[in-house]
Design a protein around this ligand. Structure first.
Ligand SMILES: Cc1cc2nc3c(=O)[nH]c(=O)nc-3n(C[C@H](O)[C@H](O)[C@H](O)COP(=O)(O)O)c2cc1C
Length: 170
């Protein structure tokens, strides 16, 4: 799919068909990660792929924003690989993992899948539910699947600022 079409076609979907995403597509989404830039190339990502019935039930038990997605990725930072500047004090874990997730999300669109980026969860609850080690911090969820019949973009999707409102050419 043309890259502009990928960008234009994506919107957040919160109601999915009860159909599992093909393993080859899951693999392609995960492969997209290797092309992403990260600060100092530290690649601090850890990705949990929730596809079993048990795992999906678990994520739904800790957030109602997993909706009915058949496949959920939890994108996390491995704090042992995090790029952390001492001066000025700054961590790049959120930036790096968000870039990773963006690549995955756009790859999903290119594969004809639908998705929703979700942050409405308590990290400590997710950590506990999936028995994550101390050095792993869950940052985002990416819900993926095929949208249910009749799903349309939320009106908010079309509510976009004009370029003039946020671009300063100097
Ligand atoms: C960092 C981030 C966090 C988000 N968290 C949630 C969430 O917890 N629940 C949800 O339903 N949508 C969530 N979204 C989706 C946004 O609401 C959505 O992207 C925005 O309204 C624009 O709509 P669109 O994705 O259809 O273009 C999140 C998106 C981002 C980028």
């Amino acid at each position: 799919m043309d890259f502009n079409k990928v960008l234009e076609n994506r919107y957040s979907v919160r109601d999915f068909k009860d159909v599992m995403v093909e393993d080859e597509k899951i693999e392609e989404i995960l492969n997209a990660v290797k092309y992403a830039p990260t600060a100092k190339n530290t690649q601090c990502q850890e990705i949990y792929v929730l596809k079993s019935k048990e795992a999906i039930e678990k994520i739904r038990s800790v957030t109602n924003n997993a909706f009915n997605a058949p496949l959920v990725f939890i994108t996390c930072a491995n704090l042992e690989r995090e790029c952390h500047l001492k001066y000025p004090v700054r961590s790049f874990k959120e930036t790096d993992v968000s870039i990773i997730q963006t690549y995955m999300m756009l790859k999903a669109t290119e594969l004809g899948l639908d998705s929703c980026w979700v942050c409405r969860f308590l990290p400590e609850e997710v950590k506990k539910a999936f028995d994550m080690p101390d050095n792993v911090e869950p940052l985002n969820l990416l819900l993926v699947g095929y949208r249910a019949d009749g799903v349309e973009p939320n009106p908010r999707h079309f509510d976009r600022l004009n370029k003039e409102d946020y671009v300063k050419i100097i």
